[in-house]
Design a binder for this molecule. Structure first.
Ligand code: TYD
Length: 211
């Protein structure tokens, strides 16, 4: 199977959805089969769970219950959408995946990375992305950008700035622990420069020639 599973990760306002769209276009332009998706969500059941997670009061959920909801959504998404697309030979590009839970709930909400990684193993087994692009930027600037976007769904954006600093550190630690899978890209650069850095990483890691 030549198809690959690529995920985008990072804090708020780093331009993930823009870059996911641009990379998807680059695959399509090269004539490669590609599916773009996102978490929480993707499949019908997971999109319903998304509504429970991203709206409402900051403390709407007990952190363990919240984590289980993320994995419930993820299992549905993986079994109904992601695995079938990969098996059909498509590349899959996903806006956030299991690393977001390890970092937001494990580090940010202090459940512990190990705790969340055990749930990850219980649910996903060895199924992991082939390549993870981490869009890194100063959380204060990211939150300003996310605020300007102002699209609602801001339950996590409303967490205090210490939470977002812990999230940034969590993603950078993960990248250090798993260098074969993760690439960190400076998301404070202009959009075109970020796009270029992502294309270079994808081409190098997956042996492609996207432009
Ligand atoms: P997302 O739709 O990617 O929002 P954004 O584009 O603002 O980053 O994700 C919604 C929120 O859910 C985001 O604040 C991060 C949070 N989240 C977690 O806390 N844990 C998770 O496992 C996932 C997938 C997202």
């Amino acid at each position: 199977m030549t198809a690959r599973f690529i995920t985008f990760e990072g804090g708020e306002g780093g331009g993930k959805s823009t870059q996911v769209a641009l990379l998807t276009e680059a695959f399509a332009h090269a004539g490669l089969g590609v599916m773009k998706t996102r978490e929480p969500g993707g499949s019908a059941g997971a999109e319903a769970i998304r509504g429970l997670l991203v709206n409402g009061a900051v403390d709407a959920w007990d952190p363990v219950a919240e984590t289980l909801l993320f994995y419930a959504a993820r299992m549905d998404h993986v079994t109904r959408l992601i695995r079938p697309a990969l098996e059909a030979g498509q590349f899959v590009i996903c806006d956030r995946f299991t690393d977001s839970t390890v970092v937001y709930q494990g580090v940010g909400k202090k459940l512990g990375e190990g705790y969340v990684q055990s749930l990850q193993r219980l649910t996903l087994g060895s199924f992991m992305p082939d390549l993870t692009i981490i869009l890194d930027m100063d959380p204060a600037e990211g939150l300003r950008r996310a605020d300007r976007r102002g699209e609602g769904e801001n339950r996590f954006e409303s967490m205090d700035v210490d939470f977002h600093h812990a999230v940034r550190a969590g993603f950078l630690r993960l990248a250090k622990d798993e260098p074969a899978r993760c690439v960190v890209v400076d998301a404070a650069q202009p959009i075109d420069a970020v796009r270029g850095a992502i294309l270079a990483a994808v081409n190098e890691r997956l042996g492609l020639a996207l432009s």
